[in-house]
Design a protein around this ligand. Structure first.
Ligand code: AMP
Ligand code: MG
Length: 497
C-alpha cells in the first residue's frame, strides 16, 4: 500500500484528501470542476460505507450532502478528470472521464487510499460530444448492483451516495439527472495504460506503471523486473475477478478495456445483468449485437483485454522488442490455466467439495462441473437456484430432476462427496456460503428503479437491505423467484445512460 502522508487533517466531513495521481505527468489528467447544480436533492447515502471510510455522516447530512452533488467542493479536494483510451467492442478510441470527476484520494483511518469520484458531474475536457450527465435510473442501478456485489464477496467499486441534480437529462426518454459518488481502490484502467502507450512517451508509461505498482501491488516493488511482475499481478487479479462473476452468473456487459480496473475491481456498471435460466450465450446489452460480452465469453474477453494491457507494457518489459513480446506471450499463456484453476476451485465450493487445493484433488471434478452446467443448459434451469437447491431436489427444476442424466450426475456427485472426510453438515455449510439465495434479479432491479423514478424509494431500500445478506433466506420469497417469468426474453440493458 502506498504510504499515507502524515500531515493530513480531515475536514469537517471527515474527508482526508491526498492527490498522488495529479502529481503524475500532466498528460494523464485535466483539471475539471464538478458542475454546480443549483437545485440538488437527496436520494440515498450509504451510512455504513461512510462509517467504514471514517466520514462524519451526521455533519454530511446536516450540510444536505452538498459535497455529493457538486454544490460544494470539499476544501481539500483537487478535482480532475483522468485521461484514458480503450478498445470499445474491439475498436480503439481515445476516451477519458467524460462525465466523471475525481475529487481526490481519501485516506482512511487505517491508511487505505481510495478514490472519491462524482459520476454524472458535468462536462470535462474528455466529454467529446457528450453532455457529461447521468440519469437517476442508471446511477441507482450502479448503486444497487455494486453494493450487492460487495455483499456477495466480489471485489468492486462502492457507492456512497446518489443525489438528484434538479435538471433533466435527455436520453431515449427524458429523465431526472443524478450524480453518483463512487469509491474505488483507484480508477486506473487497462485503458489508462493504453493511453500512456499510445502517446509514445515511455517516461509517462513508466511513471504510470511505477505509480500503479506502488499503489496497488507494493509487494512487487523489489522484483528483479517489476513490470513483468505487474503484468502477472494484473493477470492474477483478473482471473480471480472473472471467476467471481462466473460463479454468480454476473454479466458485466461492456468489458471494454477502459472498463477493466488494474486493481481487479468490478467497475462501470452499465448494462450489467444476471443470468437466470442458464445459458453461456446470455446477453442483455442492447448494443452487444454479436454477443462479444456474452456470459460465457467473459473469461476469453478478459484474456483479450489482458493482451492489450501486455502490449501497452511492452516498452517496459525488455529493451529488445522481440524479447518483450516473448516475455508478454509467456505470461499471457499462463492466464488460461490460472483462470481454469481459480474457476474450478470456486465451482468446487459451490458443489460442497472441500479438497480443492489438495494435490490429489480429483481430476474428474472438472467433468462433474461441466456436466452439471450442460444439464442446466439443456433444461434452462435457473443458475442461482439450481446451485443453492442441489441438496434439496424437491426445489429443483422439474425437467432437470426427471432427466436420467441428472439422476446419474447426482449419484456421481454424492460419490465424490463421500470421498472427502467432511460430514454432510459441513458440505451444506460450504455450499450455503458459496451459493447465494438472493441476487439482483433483473425484473426486481427494474421494479425498484421504476418506483424510484416515481419518487418512491421504499422498494429500493427494501431490496438493498435483502441484498446485504445474499447468502441468507429472505423473509419475503418474492426475492427468490428465478427463471420462467418470461421477463428475460425481452429484457434489454443500456450503456452510458
Ligand atoms: P462507459 O460506457 O460509461 O464506460 O463510457 C465510455 C466513455 O464514454 C467514457 O469515456 C465516458 O466518460 C464517456 N461517456 C459516457 N457517457 C457520457 C456522457 N453522457 N457525456 C460525456 N461522456 C460520456
Ligand atoms: Mg467506462
Amino acid at each position: 500500500m502506498m504510504n499515507a502522508p502524515t500531515n493530513l487533517t480531515p475536514d469537517q466531513y471527515g474527508f482526508c484528501f491526498d492527490h498522488s495521481y495529479s502529481k503524475l505527468p500532466e498528460v494523464l489528467f485535466s483539471r475539471a470542476n464538478p458542475k454546480r447544480f443549483n437545485h440538488p436533492s437527496f436520494v440515498i447515502f450509504n451510512v455504513s460505507l461512510a462509517k467504514t471510510l471514517g466520514l462524519n455522516a451526521n455533519v454530511i447530512e446536516s450540510s444536505n450532502w452538498a459535497c455529493f452533488s457538486g454544490l460544494e467542493i470539499p476544501v481539500m479536494a483537487y478535482p480532475i478528470a483522468q485521461a484514458y483510451a480503450g478498445h470499445q467492442f474491439g475498436g480503439f478510441n481515445n476516451l477519458g472521464d467524460g462525465r466523471a470527476v475525481l475529487l481526490g484520494e481519501h485516506i482512511l483511518p487505517d491508511a487505505t487510499r481510495v478514490d472519491i469520484q462524482l459520476k454524472g458531474a458535468g462536462q470535462t475536457p474528455y466529454s467529446r460530444s457528450g453532455d457529461g450527465l447521468a440519469g437517476l435510473g442508471p446511477m441507482l442501478r450502479e448503486y444497487l448492483i455494486s453494493e450487492a456485489m460487495h455483499a456477495l464477496g466480489v471485489p468492486t467499486t462502492r457507492s456512497l451516495a446518489v443525489m438528484l441534480t434538479g435538471e433533466v437529462v435527455y436520453r431515449a426518454q427524458p429523465q431526472s439527472g443524478a450524480v453518483l459518488t463512487r469509491v474505488a481502490a483507484s480508477h486506473i484502467r487497462v485503458g489508462t495504460f493504453q493511453y500512456a502507450a499510445a502517446i509514445n512517451q515511455v517516461d509517462v508509461l513508466k511513471a504510470l506503471a511505477d505509480y500503479t505498482i506502488n499503489r496497488h501491488y507494493p509487494a512487487i516493488k523489489d522484483h528483479p523486473n517489476p513490470y513483468v511482475a505487474l503484468l502477472d499481478a494484473v493477470i492474477n487479479a483478473q482471473a480471480s475477478l472473472i471467476t467471481n462473476w462466473m460463479r454468480l452468473g454476473f454479466i458485466h456487459g461492456v468489458m471494454n478495456t477502459d472498463n477493466m480496473s488494474i486493481a481487479g475491481e468490478t467497475i462501470d456498471y452499465g448494462p450489467c445483468a444476471f443470468v437466470n435460466a442458464y445459458s453461456p450465450n446470455t446477453v442483455f446489452s442492447s448494443i452487444d449485437q454479436n454477443g462479444r460480452y456474452a456470459f460465457g465469453n467473459q473469461p476469453k474477453m478478459g484474456e483479450w483485454n489482458l493482451t492489450r494491457f501486455a502490449e501497452s507494457l511492452l516498452p517496459l518489459l525488455a529493451k529488445d522488442r522481440e524479447e518483450a513480446i516473448r516475455i508478454a506471450t509467456d505470461r499471457l499463456n499462463l492466464y488460461q490455466t490460472q483462470y481454469r484453476d481459480c474457476w474450478l476451485n470456486a465451482m468446487r465450493n459451490k458443489l460442497g467439495i472441500f479438497d480443492a487445493a489438495a494435490i490429489n484433488a480429483e481430476p474428474s471434478d472438472l467433468n462433474l462441473v461441466e456436466d452439471l452446467l450442460m444439464l442446466m443448459y439443456k433444461h434452462q434451469a435457473d443458475f442461482t437456484n439450481t446451485f443453492r437447491q442441489l441438496n434439496n431436489p424437491g426445489q429443483l427444476d422439474e425437467g432437470l430432476v426427471s432427466d436420467v442424466g441428472f439422476q446419474h450426475w447426482q449419484t456421481r456427485w454424492k460419490e465424490r462427496l463421500a470421498k472427502q472426510k467432511q460430514t454432510m453438515a459441513e458440505v451444506v455449510e460450504l455450499m450455503n456460503a458459496h451459493n447465494p439465495q438472493v441476487i439482483p434479479r433483473n425484473h426486481l432491479v427494474e421494479e425498484v428503479l421504476e418506483s424510484a423514478a416515481q419518487g418512491n424509494m421504499t422498494p429500493f431500500h427494501d431490496f438493498l437491505e435483502v441484498l446485504q445478506n445474499p447468502y441468507n433466506l429472505p423473509m419475503n420469497d418474492k426475492y427468490l423467484s428465478g427463471a420462467g417469468s418470461g421477463f428475460d426474453e425481452t429484457y434489454q440493458t443500456f450503456c452510458g445512460t
